[in-house]
Design a protein around this ligand. Structure first.
Ligand code: UD1
Length: 357
């Protein structure tokens, strides 16, 4: 009787999504096996998340490391396939939209092993974003599509996915947020009134002119509020490579752990980011969020949340900041399934779909 299911995590934004799923599966007849692709491998990008989130050591570590998209995806596919051939699970759960998500989904489906995708149906409609390709491919080969926000259902139905494959379960990131917030609130953070900045998308950091424009914008904002900026490794490399000088008023820090980040988000006056996860976390915590992108795959964070897409429009960003300073910025409303229990619904669904055989 095969009761094993693989849960795949590869990069920083995956770890907080798999933690509640592993907890919810623990008391069920399914036996979860944690697979780490090794896409992220540093202490600050991976290990600290395992410790803080109470994740078990991975059952399997593929150790693929960094590379071009082709190299990284190919290595994950080849390494995960070896593992699947040696020890095939009943099903594979992938989360989010990183290269590990797509590669492991492909490896599994090619061996006729069913795949469940957590955060299915999100679309930015911008194929220049590497994650958009990962989302489209992963959804196309998945059997169980677990949706986190209303747009996911709409997108999948429009793409012709059979309705019986689509299940609205809500948002597992919020499960982790709810679980970790009390512990995060004990951490020391600057006094209220600061802006938290995170930046790592290729569209913002891989182009010198764009990166310089963002830094100049932050330096200007530093006249109104202090700026806390934990720098992603990709961004750190680009700032050095492009020799971008940054005024000392913008505090450049090492990447934050999950709890450090949450502690800062919860107490920030404003968040400026290009991260998908932060658009959701700020929405849940009712913190204003300026999103430095022209599109989002998480539109509920705009329509019901606190995110404003500012793209390259600094005038729009300044108007939003003015509203924040005058305490007139929009507030968020409740979103179905963002309640701390999404992983429970996922576990119930997987137990029904993948009864041990
Ligand atoms: C990846 C994901 C992105 C996610 C982001 C969160 C893809 C296509 N992109 O982007 O969706 O939002 O993670 O962080 O999967 N590096 C380190 N240490 C590490 C890992 C990476 O220093 O532990 C450096 C390396 O120089 C590497 C670069 O960061 O080349 C980029 O890493 P990579 O995993 O390719 O993409 P991210 O930009 O992190």
């Amino acid at each position: 009787m095969n009761r094993i299911i693989d849960i795949v995590a590869g990069a920083r934004p995956n770890f907080m999504k798999v933690a509640p799923i592993l907890r919810a599966l623990a008391p069920t007849p399914l036996k979860a096996r944690l697979i780490h692709s090794g896409q992220h491998y540093d202490e600050v990008m991976s290990d600290v998340f395992f410790r803080e989130l109470g994740l078990p050591a991975p059952d399997v570590h593929l150790g693929v490391g960094s590379g071009t998209h082709g190299q990284q995806t190919a290595r994950i596919l080849a390494e995960y396939e070896k593992h699947l051939l040696m020890s095939p699970p009943r099903g594979v759960v992938v989360v989010g939209d990183v290269n590990s998500t797509m590669a492991c989904a492909l490896a599994a489906v090619k061996l006729s092993i069913p795949v469940a995708h957590v955060e299915a149906g999100l679309r930015s409609f911008d194929r220049a974003m590497p994650e958009e390709i990962n989302r489209i491919v992963t959804d196309a080969v998945s059997d169980v599509l677990l949706v986190s926000e209303p747009s996911g259902d709409v997108n999948l139905l429009r793409e012709g996915v059979q309705p019986q494959k689509i299940h609205y379960v809500g948002n597992v990131m919020i499960d982790t947020l709810v679980h970790e917030l009390p512990k995060a609130q004990d951490l020391p953070v600057p006094k209220r009134g600061f802006a938290l900045v995170t930046l790592h998308r290729p569209s913002n950091v891989d182009n010198r002119e764009r990166l310089v424009a963002i830094m100049r914008f932050l330096e200007k904002l530093a006249g109104h509020m202090s700026i806390v900026f934990p720098v992603h490794p990709r961004t750190k490399v680009r700032l050095q490579e492009f020799q971008v000088e940054v005024d000392g008023a913008v505090q450049l820090l090492e990447p934050f752990s999950y709890r450090q980040n949450l502690a800062h988000v919860a107490r920030a006056r404003l968040v400026i980011t290009d991260s998908g996860g932060l658009q959701e976390e700020t929405t849940f915590l009712n913190v204003p969020c300026l999103t430095l992108r022209t599109t989002t795959e998480r539109p509920v964070t705009i329509s019901a949340g606190t995110s404003t897409l500012v793209g390259n429009d600094w005038g729009k960003a300044e108007e939003a900041i003015q509203l924040v300073l005058e305490e007139r910025y929009k507030r968020s409303s409740k979103i179905p399934g963002w309640d701390g229990n999404a992983a429970q619904r996922i576990a119930e669904k997987l137990c029904r779909e993948w009864r041990p055989i």
